[in-house]
Design a protein around this ligand. Sequence first.
Ligand code: GLU
Ligand code: MG
Length: 451
Amino acid sequence: MANQIKDDVLAKINDHGIELIRFLYTDLSGQVRGKLSSAGTFAERSKTGIGLVKGMMAMNMLDKMQTDTGLGATGEVRLVPDLDTFRLVPYTRSSASVICDLVQLDHMGWSLCPRELLRRQLADANTLGFSIQAAFETEYMLGEYSQDGAYTPLDTNVCFGTDAMDRADAYYSDLYECLSRQGIQIEQIYPELGHGQHEISIKHASAMEACDRYLAVKESLRGLATAAGLFFTAAPKPFEDQPGNGCHLHLSIWDKEMKQNLTWSKEGDGLSDIARYFIAGLVSHLPALVSITCPSVNSYRRLKPKSWSSAYACWGYDNREAAVRVPSVYWGKEEESTNIEIKCVDSTINPHLAMAAVVASGLDGIMKKMEPPLPVAGDPADLSPDAMERHQVVRLPQSLDKALVELETDIYLMKMLGPELANVYITVKSSEVNAFALDSDFEYAQHRLRF
Ligand code: GLU
Ligand code: MG
């Protein structure tokens, strides 16, 4: 795989005095990991890649390698950077980063490479005449450490409260500058319902770019907090008595030339047939899909009724309790702003894997011209048993192990993953189920720390 370093990348390295470049990948447990090369060897390393032992993709979030996957001390792949993802890492002294593919020694994409999997789903979408636009909106919490190491939230103010804005003001400004320097535009940022909780949304981009940007945002959120000595977590449910942190995924389906938003229709409820089929595909796969979009043990503490996080597989217009929400459009931007929001997503994802599974589920609906169930107008938790049946509403799995069982029985998603990836993924995730089975304090603490 020839990877010719581009002039604009070289110029950035020189202009910004970059000394080290992080070669990053996300493992199947959602941890962002990598190795660094010096700027002087970057051009060469972009071509040769950096070696990585295959067993690293069998690590769980506790850094325990699951060797019963068949992966361990032997076998290598290469971390090969996608040079389009080159970004400064402004909160470091002199580093930049690139996001890497995991490439086999024979130059072929590795079956365990999440970006390769996503690329294949996006190629399928392309063959059907579609390109996908997307954006993740990340919720997270900030706090201060007291002398005994305990955490106090940065604010105890109300949702969207200005006191919380004031307390996070320096952080917000640093974040704005940091993301601007990385070419990422903030759409909105504000204090959320929880103490010290905030949300950031960024401009949509192609599905691959959206995943890469999500990583840059997540890295920056944490990196800036670390630099400022602040506590940071984006774990799905870091504290029992506080709201969860979602990472809702917004998505729209465009034609290949990106001229027309095919999710939109001028008629009726504003949704095209394509959008309806896509929603139907999503809703039908949701019980299995959450094993990939809400992939940690801690995720299932968040997916509770009446938490606006979605506890039921259903969809609705402007319904924040529905797993799939169709948000109302913006005046004068009806076509551009038509999109589908998936709420059962959180920051323990591998973003490329999650996007691949979401796109594949939606495309299944399009290919089979699936009709979605009736939209749910109110809180699905309040529906009578009869109404539940009429709307075909089912409760989403209530634990990771149950979600993994759903995944194993979803033939379509299992085929999409392929046997090797499915096996390693389920093994890694099952090891986390076992590791946290007996000690919920340990589970909360580890998820707070690692995400
Ligand atoms: N914090 C909620 C969640 O866990 C989302 C609140 C909102 O609608 O933004 O998904
Ligand atoms: Mg929110």
